[in-house]
Design a protein around this ligand. Structure first.
Ligand SMILES: [Fe+2]
Ligand SMILES: [Fe+2]
Length: 236
């Protein structure tokens, strides 16, 4: 190594050292800020993890549909009713009505553009979803699914999942980013806090934690709790 090379190498190391020191300070600041409120989630993170709970209910719907057709008597209808009741309280009355319809959609509609053009379809799907929820609860409330109800119930559960998957995916990728952009950083933080307050008032605590516990219990009752069971088979 020539003297010039050594000087260059030392200068690089010094640069790395400064970078590392800078990163360490940044991490410490971040940790300190995060430590102020460890459980704080931003508005969109909150909305998207709520979709995660709802998606797990859609998976329940899709998985039980063929089982209903094959042998309705062997399916725990009370567990389906529990899944639908959770979708109604956490998905429809809280996530859709209190957050999206009262706060997100009016802001996005006013901002215009591609996202605003989706609002009418999203509202139609909320309304159709509520009709389907009422129907599913009616057909499962006795704790068993009648033989004549198995086919139409399975079809309806599948149609609901087919509708709500693109619904939530459009909200995650188009509506929520448009909402964040429209309200600006300060409004975004304030609305995030407001959403947390609504959640605590509605559920008397952390609604997300409660919903996760419930959906986990429903998955266990229906034999859907093992993530590995969903791994695709090897390609033949
Ligand atoms: Fe929605
Ligand atoms: Fe949503």
């Amino acid at each position: 190594m020539t003297q010039q090379d050594r000087r260059t190498a030392l200068a690089s190391l010094a640069g790395v050292g400064l970078l590392v020191a800078g990163c360490a300070k940044h991490d410490a600041d971040g940790a300190k800020n995060a430590g102020d409120n460890e459980d704080a989630v931003t508005a969109n993170e909150d909305l998207m993890r709520e979709h995660g709970v709802l998606r797990r209910i859609l998976i329940v719907y899709r998985e039980v549909a063929p089982k209903l057709v094959a042998n309705a008597g062997a399916v725990d209808a009370a567990a389906i009713a529990a899944a639908t009741t959770l979708f109604q309280s956490f998905g429809e009355r809280y996530h859709e009505q209190m957050l999206e319809e009262q706060h997100i959609f009016p802001i996005v509609r006013k901002a215009g553009g591609e996202a605003a053009g989706l609002i009418d379809a999203l509202l139609t799907q909320h309304a159709r979803g509520r009709e389907i929820t009422a129907y599913v609860l009616d057909r499962t409330k006795s704790g068993r699914v009648g033989t004549g109800d198995a086919q139409p119930l399975a079809r309806t559960l599948t149609a609901f999942a087919r509708m709500y998957e693109p619904h939530a995916a459009r909200e995650d990728t188009i509506i929520f980013p448009a909402f964040k952009k429209a309200v600006g950083p300060k409004g975004y933080d304030e609305l995030g806090d407001q959403f947390e307050d609504i959640e605590r008032r509605t559920f008397g605590g952390d609604g997300f934690d409660m919903a996760i516990d419930k959906v986990g219990d429903i998955e266990r009752r229906l034999g859907l709790a093992d993530l590995s069971a969903f791994t695709a088979p090897a390609v033949a």
